[in-house]
Design a protein around this ligand. Structure first.
Ligand code: GAL
Length: 655
């Protein structure tokens, strides 16, 4: 089956092995009738596919795929490697991961494997080959998902004997000479020098903090292990399932491995979107957690959509969309009526090819029995089912579109987040969080944004925003020298070498060739300790800068906070959102980009020539100022209700 239309489509995650066989045909017919086009299966089914080593039971899965195929549904097959079965773990007990406290991460849930275990790597390839040989050329199968959410449940870093052996090998290949490693890491400090690569341990269980360079290399190594694990599966799938898209479902807010790097082996990036769970579990204020409890934070889904559009080089899906209350956050409220439709259209507006719901029917047993599905456990439609039908009806009226390149590029690098996690210097400092907050400030000005890695091509952007990037490669600096955009750098940018030291010329290191400033001291500020001026404040982080430039923003004692030279600006502290928006507004006007301050909870997004307006508030909001004449509206209204979406066809694509 080929699905060639550029029209976005809907899908669902289905676990036929959870249900009596007699239900499958009815399930498939109802999926089709609901407007779903594709079904993801096989994800955690290893114990049913291979109940004992070498004894495969394909009959049930053959039957499930045929049933879906007969109903006109396409299939996304999975490799089942996130859940190695008990017989396998028992035959190879040292394949399980070890946590940083040295404790085994035992069988009994999922993701209980170590990426560095060679035996498990062979098993992963063996089961991938078996499933791909069976279904790689099946006419229903259009795509493959590798594993499930690498890194979820804190599973990238494994502190196991297998990881230790592989890490030493990785270090030896990278540094060749142990003295090169000693000098790169600064091991003369505290007498940490090694005489051979075999003497190096993993950086856990140390008395006080381990050497940050040691930790950073361990993170780089661990990220590489995930990439290789995934790559081994991809090579087999490419051989046995030619023409099918390869994807992986990344999890929101997981940053422990480099998604840009891993995605080089994929065709499509996918991510799993749980807006209410994310709001509850992450850094948002108590006030935001209440205000957006049933809608999700206005920028969280959008941030990830824009991130994964970049990870997938333009092609991306939502593989799992929250359909109702989840089970895993501290509190699990139900979405406002209409939110499932809203989240689906929001993803489409950001360019998703597919929105697929997790899951078809709520399971009455095991860990996720309190997690909603499109259907209730008693097979009756749950609230989301009708919203999926409504979404399908809207999609039928929309033409297929490609995403328009945004005016603004925001640079995010996974390594930056590892570095600020290793050495936050002030509690809670996170490069990801700074990126998110800058993104949110830009979105409140109605701007569309592409989130890109530092290796991306930046020509054509009018504004480049680099919130926090401690390591700057010379290639990147050379590119920044030639871009036509206004560029802004946030605190800690250029503050470290690739070996986690302070640059010889002090931060911002190589940026000094673009902007004559020197950061001579940094301080972190506890919550409530503000540097407040009449019209702005700095919280959390403040740098002391030496420069002959006249700062554009300064504290009462004269210390500069914002420096500007030619097209480059450096912000030496974390400033309040209104000030940040003011700076972005100024940059936008220099770049000829129009902006407007959106009302609280309202966001806009253009996709192709369709303009969308989203109301994330729990109350009706007037959005008349953002809309053309009512007769031109594809959907929505000037008074947009809670969970309301308005859309209209506007100008064509910017050249
Ligand atoms: C995802 C995961 C799914 C399921 C879901 C529940 O993170 O991929 O398998 O656990 O969460 O919300």
């Amino acid at each position: 089956m080929t699905l060639t239309s550029k029209k976005p489509r809907l899908g669902v995650c289905y676990y036929p092995e959870h249900w009596p066989r007699e239900w499958w045909a009815d399930d498939a017919a109802r999926m089709s009738a609901m407007g779903l086009a594709q079904v993801r299966i096989g994800e955690f089914a290893w114990s049913r596919i291979e109940p004992e080593r070498g004894q495969f039971d394909w009959a049930w899965l053959d039957d499930a795929i045929e049933t879906l195929h007969r109903a006109g549904l396409a299939v996304v097959m999975c490799t089942p490697t996130a859940t190695p079965p008990k017989w396998l773990v028992d035959s190879m007990p040292d394949m399980i991961a070890i946590d940083s406290a040295g404790k085994p991460r035992r069988f009994g849930s999922r993701r209980h494997y170590c990426f560095s275990h060679e035996g498990y790597r062979r098993e992963s390839q063996r089961i991938t080959r078996a499933v791909a040989e069976r279904y790689g050329r099946h006419p229903a199968v259009i795509a493959w998902q590798t594993d499930n959410e690498y890194g979820c449940h804190d599973t990238v870093l494994s502190w196991s004997p297998a990881a230790l052996v592989a890490f030493r090998r990785w270090l030896a290949e990278r540094y060749v000479d142990i003295e090169a490693l000693n000098s790169a890491w600064g091991n003369v400090f505290w007498s940490m020098e090694y005489r051979s690569f075999d003497a190096i341990d993993l950086p856990n269980l140390t008395v006080t903090e381990a050497n940050p360079a040691h930790l950073l290399d361990f993170r780089r190594f661990s990220s590489q292990q995930v990439k290789e694990f995934n790559r081994e599966q991809c090579l087999i799938l490419r051989e046995l399932s030619p023409g099918c898209d390869l994807t992986h479902n990344f999890m929101g807010f997981v940053t422990d491995f480099d998604h840009h790097d891993l995605a080089q082996d994929l065709d499509v990036a996918a991510w799993d979107s749980y807006p209410l769970g994310f709001l509850e579990q992450f850094w948002f204020s108590a006030d935001e957690k209440i205000r957006y409890a049933r809608q999700g934070h206005p920028d969280v889904s959008a941030f990830h959509h824009d991130l994964y559009r970049g990870v997938g080089c333009g092609r991306w899906w939502v593989m799992e969309q929250q359909p109702g209350p989840v089970n895993w956050a501290r509190y699990n409220p139900a979405p406002l009526p209409g939110m499932v439709r809203f989240w689906s259209l929001e993803a489409i507006a950001h360019g998703a090819e597919v929105v697929s719901y997790f899951r078809w029917r709520q399971a009455p047993f095991a860990q996720e029995q309190m997690h909603a599905g499109l259907l209730r456990p008693d097979r009756v439609d749950d609230v989301a089912a009708e919203e999926v039908r409504e979404t399908a009806a809207v999609l039928a009226r929309l033409d297929g579109h490609s995403s328009v390149k945004a005016d603004v590029a925001l640079i995010f690098d996974y390594q930056a987040e590892w570095m600020t996690a290793i050495q936050p210097h002030g509690a809670g400092f996170s490069a990801l969080r700074v990126c998110f907050e800058w993104y949110s400030a830009l979105r409140q000005l109605g701007l569309d944004i592409d989130i890109l890695p530092p290796s991306a091509e930046l020509s054509g952007y009018r504004m480049v925003v680099i919130p926090c990037l401690p390591v700057l490669s010379q290639t990147f600096v050379d590119q920044l020298r030639t871009v036509e955009a206004s560029v802004i750098y946030g605190p800690r940018t250029g503050s470290k070498t690739m070996h986690f030291s302070i640059p010889e010329n002090l931060p911002p290191g190589p940026l000094q060739s673009l902007l004559p400033i020197k950061v001579v001291r940094v301080e972190s500020l506890r919550e409530g300790l503000l540097e407040s001026e009449a019209d702005f404040s700095v919280s959390g982080w403040l740098e002391h800068v030496e420069s002959a430039l006249q700062p554009e923003l300064r504290l009462h004692d004269g210390r500069g906070v914002l420096f500007h030279h030619a097209r480059h600006r450096y912000l030496a502290g974390l400033v309040d959102s209104a000030t940040l928006q003011g700076i972005f507004r100024q940059m936008a006007s220099e770049g000829g980009i129009s902006v407007r301050s959106l009302p609280e909870g309202i966001r806009t997004r253009r996709h192709g020539n369709v303009h969308f307006v989203f109301n994330h508030c729990a109350e009706t909001r007037s959005v008349a100022a953002l809309l053309p004449g009512t007769d031109a509206l594809l959907m929505g209204a000037r008074e947009l209700p809670p969970a309301g979406v308005a859309a209209w066809v506007g100008d064509g694509v910017r050249k």
